[in-house]
Each structure stands twice: as structure tokens, then as C-alpha cells.
Design a protein around this ligand. Structure first.
Ligand SMILES: Cc1ncc(COP(=O)(O)O)c(C=O)c1O
Length: 396
């Protein structure tokens, strides 16, 4: 009998966290590493949110278990946000508050998948999706959309991947790791295709408020309202409100799926920490000017890093229109020697960059095939400029 179950033993360590940990360890040892790996805003949580939490800590009502699906006021606030940003009119009964979007992703797949059910996963994908799908007994089916198509998957590609076992389409726009945002026409075409084939959709909308160039991230349920009966929207406060550490996310979907997911949560974690839920209420219902200030800062950094990376021969960098990542195709730099080391993959390249240039991007292998690097631009402007300088010198 194996010490560790096959199911859990097969889970890979999160590659993004691994690079981040190595970069942090080097920093702690005194090396001036510039970290482009972290998937979180570098800003503190807005002050009025922190204040609401401080008040909540002192209120004994928040010291007790609360409803598994979330505090009623938070579920109301999420329903309002969903109507505003995703165009879907739901009552609070169709909202489940989770410990971060991550738990939302996990529970969405656990709720929908039986062993062998296939999920179409547009690739490059956020590193957690295939693991969450496999843990739920499902089979991730990767569909690669490369830099040449702006990382935007087409209906033809999705149709080519569809089989009688396909149950779910994963849809993520803006995307982590690419920052790509589907146009309203593309969202409608993909939504209509999913609807025509009776598929479920898991739509991760956690970056929906972080878009640039006047681009709007259109929700797949707004584009194709009929899909709402078979769609789980995943979202959270982490990225928009600089609240990664507070662990508040949610799923919105049809009543039966939300009730089933809540049943599961009642045995796994119970309610999300009440203080964090109170903070999330303040974030969603309070002033939004800090959100806009952070978005503008990301936009400025986005322009700076894209301009910088485009100046390096061998980097092919589609301009991201959402999230806070840029995802150059660097396959032209592989199969060569850099500073005396032969580099065959982006895993090796990222390691060499960390050692020799003290710059930490995440290798493409964390998100699908080799040949790409992910840079998060959620770091200070000066650090960003210095990091780009180091890369330019390294590849000169
Ligand atoms: C695409 C995507 N979805 C969901 C999450 C989960 O965020 P959290 O669990 O912090 O709410 C992340 C975090 O990196 C993400 O990039």
C-alpha cells in the first residue's frame, strides 16, 4: 500500500510558487533579485477595507461559525457585482462564498465532473486548473492558442477538441498567464458553440476589472444568456482589491450546482473567516477610486514592460489587454548557449536568468508548453525598469 495516495501523490508542486520561493530565498540571502513571478498586486489593501476588518474583529458576532455559503450581506454584494460586471441577474441564493477563487475553481470542477469527463482547457492555462480537474476525476484536454494568434483560442480549435466525453469548457478572459482578452464577438461565438453542444462552462472572471486600452472583458453569460443555466462564474476580491491574503472568492451559478458545492464546502472548510468576509463587503460596496488608481499603475507598468521586452531580440510579445502579466514567446532563444550555458527549455532559461541576471520570471512549463516566460508587472516601476535593463544586458 502506498504511503501517499495515488491521487494526491500525482499533484505537481505549483511552479509559480516554486519560482517565487526560490527568488525570495535568494533575496533573503542578500542577492538583489527582481521578482517577476508573484501573481499578486504589490499595493496594500485599501485603508477603508482594513478599517472595516479591524472593526469586525472586535464584534463578537464575527467570532462564531456563520452560514457555510457566506454572510447574507456579502452574498447580496456579490449578486450586485455580478449584475454590474457580468450582466447576470441572480439572487444571493445563487452565490457561494469560498476561501479564495482557488477554492472556487476546485469546487466548481468537483461539483461538475465524474470520472473520465473531459474539460477543454485553452492553453497556456493557469497552473491550478489541470490539477483541480484531475483531482475531481476529470481529464483536462489542452487546446493550444499560441502567440501567433494572440493567445486567443478559436471555435474551430475548440470544436476539433470536442468528444462525446466533453462536459465542460474552461473560459478565462482576461487570462493568466497571457493577459489576453477575448473580444465581445469572440466571446459570443465561443458561448454559442458551448450552448449548442450542451456543455457546461466554468468561467474564471477574477481579472475582469483589470483591463486596459478601453477594452472591456465581456462575461460569457452576458454574451449568451442561455448559458447561465450551465455556467459557474468564479471570481474574488484578491486581484482587483489587492486582497490576496484575505482569502475571499466565490462561485455564482445555477441553484442546484451552488447547493451541491455548498454541501461539499460544509464538510471541507465551512464558512470563510467572518472578518475577511466583512472586509470583502467593504471592498465591494465602498468607494472604488483605489481600484482605479491601482489599475492605472498596472497600465503604466504594462506599457513600460512591453516596450522593454519588445526591444530584446528573440522576444515575441503580444500586447496584453488585461490582468497584470505579459507572456512573451521566447522559443527563438532556446537551443543556444547563453553566457556559457546551453539552454534547451524555458525551465532552464528561467533558472539561468535567476542565477546570472538575478531576474525571476516563471517558465512557460508552468502553464503548458515550453517556449514562453511569464512576467508579472505587479511590482514597483523602478524595479521593473531595472529588471528589464538586466534582461536586455543578459541577451545583448
Ligand atoms: C486565473 C486565476 N484564477 C483564480 C485565482 C485565485 O485567486 P485567489 O484564490 O487568491 O482568490 C488566481 C490567482 O492567481 C488566478 O490567477
Amino acid at each position: 500500500m502506498a504511503r501517499i495516495s495515488e491521487r494526491i501523490g500525482a499533484i505537481a508542486e505549483s511552479a509559480t510558487l516554486k519560482v517565487d520561493a526560490k527568488a525570495k530565498a535568494m533575496k533573503a540571502a542578500g542577492r538583489p533579485v527582481i521578482g517577476f513571478a508573484a501573481g499578486e498586486p504589490d499595493f496594500p489593501t485599501p485603508a477603508h477595507v482594513v478599517e472595516a476588518a479591524a472593526e469586525a474583529v472586535r464584534d463578537p458576532r464575527n467570532h462564531r461559525y456563520s452560514a457555510v455559503a457566506g454572510l447574507p450581506e456579502l452574498r447580496e454584494a456579490i449578486a450586485s457585482k455580478t449584475l454590474r460586471d457580468s450582466g447576470l441577474d441572480v439572487g444571493p441564493g445563487r452565490v457561494l462564498v469560498t476561501n479564495g477563487g482557488k477554492q472556487g475553481v476546485f469546487q466548481a470542477f468537483a461539483t461538475l465532473l465524474d470520472p473520465g469527463d473531459e474539460v477543454i482547457v485553452p492553453t497556456p492555462y493557469w497552473t491550478t486548473y489541470p490539477e483541480a480537474i484531475r483531482l475531481a476525476g476529470g481529464v483536462p484536454v489542452e487546446v493550444l492558442a499560441g502567440a501567433d494568434q494572440g493567445y486567443l483560442v478559436t471555435v474551430e480549435q475548440l470544436e476539433a477538441a470536442r468528444t462525446p466525453r466533453t462536459k465542460v469548457l474552461l473560459f478565462v478572459s482576461p487570462s493568466n498567464p497571457t493577459g489576453a482578452v477575448h473580444s465581445p464577438e469572440q466571446v459570443r461565438a465561443i458561448g454559442e458553440w458551448a450552448d449548442a453542444h450542451g456543455l457546461w462552462v466554468v468561467a474564471d472572471e477574477i481579472y475582469q476589472n483589470l483591463t486596459y486600452d478601453g477594452v472591456e472583458a465581456v462575461s460569457i453569460v452576458a454574451a449568451v444568456p442561455a448559458l447561465a443555466e450551465r455556467t459557474l462564474l468564479v471570481n474574488g476580491v484578491a486581484k482587483t482589491y489587492a486582497m490576496t491574503g484575505w482569502r475571499v472568492g466565490w462561485i455564482v451559478g445555477p441553484a442546484d450546482a451552488i447547493a451541491a458545492a455548498a454541501n461539499m464546502q460544509s464538510h471541507a472548510t465551512g464558512n470563510v473567516a467572518n472578518v475577511s468576509q466583512r472586509a470583502a463587503i467593504a471592498a465591494l460596496t465602498g468607494p472604488q477610486d483605489e481600484v482605479e488608481r491601482m489599475r492605472r499603475a498596472f497600465d503604466r507598468r504594462r506599457r513600460a514592460i512591453v516596450a522593454g521586452l519588445n526591444g530584446i531580440p528573440g522576444f515575441a510579445t503580444p500586447v496584453p489587454q488585461g490582468a497584470f502579466y505579459v507572456y512573451p514567446d521566447v522559443s527563438a532563444l532556446l537551443g543556444r548557449s547563453w553566457h556559457g550555458t546551453h539552454v534547451a527549455s524555458t525551465l532552464e532559461l528561467a533558472d539561468l536568468l535567476l542565477e546570472k541576471a538575478e531576474v525571476a520570471p516563471v517558465p512557460g512549463e508552468a502553464f503548458g508548453p515550453s517556449g514562453f516566460l511569464r512576467f508579472s508587472y505587479a511590482l514597483g516601476d523602478e524595479q521593473l525598469a531595472e529588471g528589464v535593463d538586466r534582461l536586455t544586458r543578459f541577451f545583448a
